[in-house]
Design a protein around this ligand. Sequence first.
Ligand SMILES: [Zn+2]
Length: 287
Amino acid sequence: MFEQLNLFGSSDETTKPKNHADKFRSGDVEPIQKKSGAIYFLGEPIEIVRRPYQRSLNILVRPSGRIRITCARLTSKRAIYNFLSENHAWLRKAIDEQRALRNAHPPKQYTQGEEFLYLGAQVYLNFSPSTQKKVSFSIIGDQLVAFIPKAEWSADYTSIPHPELKKPMIQFYKNSGCKTLQLKVDQMSKKMNLFPAKVSYRSQKTRWGSCSSRGNISLNWRLIAAPMGTLEYVVIHELAHLEYQDHSKCFWGLVKRFCSNHEEHSKWLRDHQFEFDFLATSSELHV
Ligand SMILES: [Zn+2]
């Protein structure tokens, strides 16, 4: 049994017409059946996915702006258009909301002075030539300094974007995240007297952490962008699952003993979930 702490909280669900639209996090695992295609509505392309055992019509608007309808194999185009017409006000609103979300989180340019989130604070990207052979990063004060090998350095280096830094920057965050979480797990394990059998670090899109019935804990290294207290809360949450495998009163009582303001941290994670998008290999917002 896996427990999961969802990255996508309820506050981010797009309001939907009853029994119709699905929230944008729905799974992608079912096989796509024949005669899938696309239509246009409100000037937007809408993907149609037909599934053998599905009866209802569902519509999904992703943060990236992609819109998908899933329906039965034999649902007619007319039925789909009728459904879209009936729900056009909802659809318009959902499209606008997701567009606003993308505009609020534009893709990173990797330019001098650009803001990045690290341990809950804004740090500013800065470039510095270096004698090292590979690009490396370091947090110095409120700066995220990229040390650039001299061979890659140029006179105009600081005035142009450097998308090639995305990969090494993600690696820096990953290393830093794993190290910080490891220290936190060690520290909180001793305090709570709860010790995981194994700890692994991942970067799931939909989970901050999980705990298996075998006592294995998995933590999302992208938490390094969250404030230390919030990162600590996720560690406490997963360690508490070693004692209680549910979200019962006892479980929350244990969490509260070590993290009195856990609701605030959950809220922070929900409110800021898209600020972690720059650490994703494939962006949820910009495809
Ligand atoms: Zn949990």
